[in-house]
Ligand binder design. Structure first.
Ligand code: FES
Length: 405
């Protein structure tokens, strides 16, 4: 079993610096991040309950790529590029919906079966001999783990999701995540910051005591982070029945206990499971949610998330979930401001980089994971934009095969 960082000894002289500021505003680096991170790492797309019936589908845009996830007539959930094989139009522009029999491309009308095979082209005689078997929707990698759908546009350095998340399987099994259902429509918000500034804030709990009154009131000093090891991280906060200075926290604690079948040690626990590079699965006694960041530009990030509930939710569970989401919304607003301020500083001549606390190892471990994939991020001085990709390739070569200063 993978040891997470809380279990590992902390060297007294660990490097407390973070990524250099240029990595937050380099267009050339962002292009590498899109190709080497977002295209090749597993992305949490949704849950099987988002597509309960044959013909149900949803779409998600991830950096430069677009995915269409659909359940076929045979009950199988598949993922494709949302990209028509004729000239690349979106096969559907909807975020989610139900397709009765076939997807019809809105550009010229090519039609695709629910399993992605090409049913037919409009005016097929105009293509000469068209081999339909060669023009189905392009499939992309998909894995279902505990009911959640993970997709990947290209194979990359990560193993299967089940292997990646194996450390958490036993802990999460008791939540019956396979059975949850959507608690509402997924959310999408655009923030005016680099995606890493959002993740930096979310990757540590050092700021909770100062910046998040409601979270501090809820679980206070019990909160701790286990930073990223082998692509996953974990954090948790526990609360007692007598907590709650704020009315919303007091009301939540009074209502929240989880279902009777939930293990006793999970009934007063909020836990967060990080998946490198950009996603978190957050579990409470009443609900489970995920949130993630996708870069739109060096200074624009799409935050996407969704909340799921148990199908047998009681009235008091629903109220508790509402109150938990209220606490989350406040926390999210506070985090946005922190992300903006942190991101702004990256362009200031006064910024000398991070000096991280022991309680911020989550930030450092995420940066270490980034540097393992994109070693050019180790360069303190910004390279020329035209040289970023080549330098990165050189730095990926075995030691001694090159010299970079
Ligand atoms: Fe889809 Fe032409 S691009 S039918």
């Amino acid at each position: 079993m993978t040891m997470l960082a809380r279990d590992l000894p902390l060297p007294a002289d660990w490097d407390r610096s973070g990524l250099p500021a240029w990595t937050y505003h380099s267009v050339a680096l962002l292009e590498l991040e899109k190709r080497k991170l977002f295209r090749t790492h597993w992305q949490l797309a949704g849950h099987v309950s988002d597509v309960p019936a044959a013909g149900d589908f949803f779409t998600v845009d991830i950096a430069d790529d677009r995915a269409l996830v659909a359940r076929g007539d045979d009950g199988v959930v598949r993922a494709f590029h949302n990209l028509c094989r004729h000239r690349g139009s979106r096969v559907t522009a909807e975020r989610r919906g139900h397709c009765q029999r076939a997807f019809v491309c809105p550009f010229h009308g090519w039609t695709y079966n629910l399993d992605g095979t090409l049913r037919g082209a409009a005016q097929p005689q105009s293509f000469g001999a068209l081999d339909r078997s060669k023009y189905g929707l392009k499939p992309i990698g998909l894995e279902i783990w505990m009911g959640f759908i993970f997709i990947r546009f290209e194979n990359g350095p990560q193993p299967a999701v089940a292997q990646l998340m194996a450390h958490f399987a036993e802990e999460l099994a008791c939540y019956r995540l396979e059975a949850v259902v959507p608690a509402g429509a997924p959310s999408e918000t655009v923030l005016p910051v680099n995606w890493k500034s959002v993740r930096d804030v979310d990757n540590e709990g050092y700021h909770v005591a100062m910046a998040h009154p409601a979270l501090q009131d809820l679980y206070g000093a019990t909160y701790f982070d286990q930073p990223y090891v082998n692509g996953v991280s974990r954090s948790e906060g526990r609360y007692a029945t007598n907590r709650g200075r704020l009315w919303s926290v007091r009301a939540y604690v009074g209502l929240s206990s989880g279902p009777l079948w939930l293990a006793e040690d999970k009934r007063r626990l909020w836990s967060y499971f990080g998946l490198f590079p950009n996603a978190v699965l957050a579990v409470t006694p009443e609900s489970v949610q995920f949130y993630q960041e996708f870069p739109l530009a060096v200074d624009r990030t799409l935050i996407r998330g969704a909340v799921y509930r148990r199908p047998d939710e009681t009235r008091s569970d629903r109220l508790a979930r509402y109150l938990a989401q209220r606490i989350d919304r406040e926390t999210y607003k506070e985090d946005i401001q922190l992300s903006v301020w942190s991101n702004e500083s990256m362009k200031s001549c006064g910024f000398d980089g991070f000096h991280l606390s022991d309680l911020e190892r989550g930030v450092r471990s995420h940066h270490d994971h980034l540097r393992a994939v994109l070693p050019v991020m180790r360069l303190e001085k910004q390279p020329k934009e035209t040289e970023v990709a080549a330098l990165n390739e050189k730095m990926l070569q075995p030691a001694g095969a090159h010299t970079v200063t």
